[in-house]
Design a protein around this ligand. Structure first.
Ligand SMILES: [Fe+2]
Length: 280
């Protein structure tokens, strides 16, 4: 199985901010087209974008969709924190999840894809927190409380741009894994936020996902974006791979993930790193 991977295209029509001069927002359209054109020359099963397709302006989707539509492979999306951000007008944004799902052609905020060998679980790592919800809503206030509690406990990832999975979504993951196990399928988790190694960009309740990873031998990999610098760690022999963010630097970044038996191989392009991975 061969899969094209892109993380954090994060296009916007403005200059790099002083605080993040490495973010080259306007270059993302060309970089995305270059990645898709390359993927079109490859024999792939599908392509995954790991969230943060846009930086903050809903109009940015209009510039990206014609590019994504040139892909001859199906592209599976998941939701990043930036996909929810204004300048979607306040009434329209965060609680209007249906429009976002329609734009990205997603069946729901989290969903599964079953192939011959694997079940891919595309997660919504923004579900709990302040990212998806309008200020003042019950969900937003609960999110704010969670972040302040974690901050008091000294969590380095207790940041407003990180989210968590609800207990309902965690239950859904376990149910999906149990179903996969019955069919002798292995499971690959894909989320926007990292879970391992420890990092200030990590999912707010990453320990819950790591518990699932260690409880179910069917889980063979966790793939994510969000930390544009890339990262890698193995939690109880499960590779947790952070892909480099396309938006950063003048150089592009994308990858092809090959899975064969108990071997995985990431061929990185641009900033992305080649990695050989052993699947348990
Ligand atoms: Fe992000």
């Amino acid at each position: 199985m061969r899969i094209g991977i892109i993380a954090d295209c994060q296009y916007a029509d403005f200059d790099s901010p002083d605080l993040a001069p490495q973010r080259k927002y306007r270059m993302s359209t060309n970089k995305l087209q270059q990645a898709i054109t390359f993927f079109n020359s490859q024999d792939l099963d599908f392509v995954i974008h790991l969230g943060d397709l846009i930086d903050q302006n809903k109009d940015s989707f209009k510039h990206l969709m014609p590019i994504l539509n040139t892909s001859r492979h199906k592209i599976y999306h998941l939701l990043g924190n930036h996909d929810f951000y204004p300048v979607w007008p306040e009434q329209e944004i965060r609680n209007n999840h249906q429009e976002l799902l329609k734009i990205l052609n997603m069946p729901s905020k989290y969903y599964s894809l079953i192939t011959d060998e694997f079940v891919f679980l595309f997660l919504d790592t923004n579900e709990v927190g302040v990212i998806e919800w309008n200020e003042g809503t019950k969900e937003y206030l609960e999110g704010e409380l969670l972040i302040s509690q974690l901050r008091k406990k000294g969590y380095i990832n207790a940041q407003t741009w990180n989210g968590a999975l609800s207990s309902a979504q965690l239950g859904w993951i376990e149910q999906q894994i149990k179903m996969a196990a019955k069919s002798d399928l292995r499971v690959i988790l894909c989320g926007h936020h990292p879970v391992f190694p420890s990092h200030r960009e990590n999912l707010l309740n990453s320990e819950k996902v790591l518990e699932i990873i260690s409880n179910y031998p069917e889980v063979v990999m966790y793939l994510n974006g969000h930390n544009h610098d890339g990262n890698y760690g193995e939690y109880r022999k499960v590779p947790c791979i952070t892909f480099f963010g396309m938006v950063d630097t003048n150089e592009n970044s994308y990858a092809v993930l090959e899975l064969s038996g108990n071997k995985g191989y990431i061929k990185g392009y641009g900033r992305e790193i080649n990695r050989e991975i052993k699947l348990r």
